[in-house]
Design a protein around this ligand. Structure first.
Ligand code: FES
Length: 152
């Protein structure tokens, strides 16, 4: 399983690198590559992954916010897509395709599978097959400073 994940990422980076070098796709690919933010300091807290709300800030004063980020943990086989809907309103879905288990690519507003083209909305519902089942969803809670993704 771990080998499959590594190959998938290598394929993604290779594909992204080629796309970034090709003429007309340059600006689109750079936007796509640059828009995915990975949580910098996620921590395990009991049965949850804890992430500072400040990680969603795009400016020092936090007036502009990211709409989503990818959360990776060493002990998790697949990353999690964490979407911000409002100050205390977040959703989280497992980035594992329900068709054949590949890692998904994260985009602003949807997720896609590089293997066979399935797509999902940010709530994990299938919008394009061949996948038929929704992504695994996690309960998300917050306090004043942190977001908690319940992985129990
Ligand atoms: S593994 Fe994702 S569409 Fe087939």
């Amino acid at each position: 399983m771990e080998t499959q994940k590594t190959v998938s990422r290598q394929q993604f980076l290779k594909t992204c690198g080629i796309a970034c070098l090709s003429g007309s796709a340059l600006s689109v690919a750079l936007t796509s590559c640059a828009s995915v933010y990975y949580a910098q300091a996620p921590r395990i807290k009991g049965w949850a992954i804890q992430i500072s709300k400040k990680e969603f800030d795009l400016s020092d004063k936090g007036k502009r916010k990211r709409s989503f980020m990818v959360v990776e943990m060493k002990n998790q086989a697949h990353p999690i897509y964490l979407r911000r809907l409002g100050d205390d309103n977040y959703t989280a879905v497992l980035m594992q395709c329900t068709h054949q288990g590949n890692d998904l690519n994260a985009h602003d507003g949807y997720l896609s599978c590089p293997a066979h083209g399935s797509e999902y909305d940010t709530d994990g519902r299938v919008t394009e097959g061949p996948a038929e089942e929704s992504l695994k969803r996690y309960q998300v809670t917050t306090d004043e400073q942190y977001i908690y993704i319940n992985i129990a």
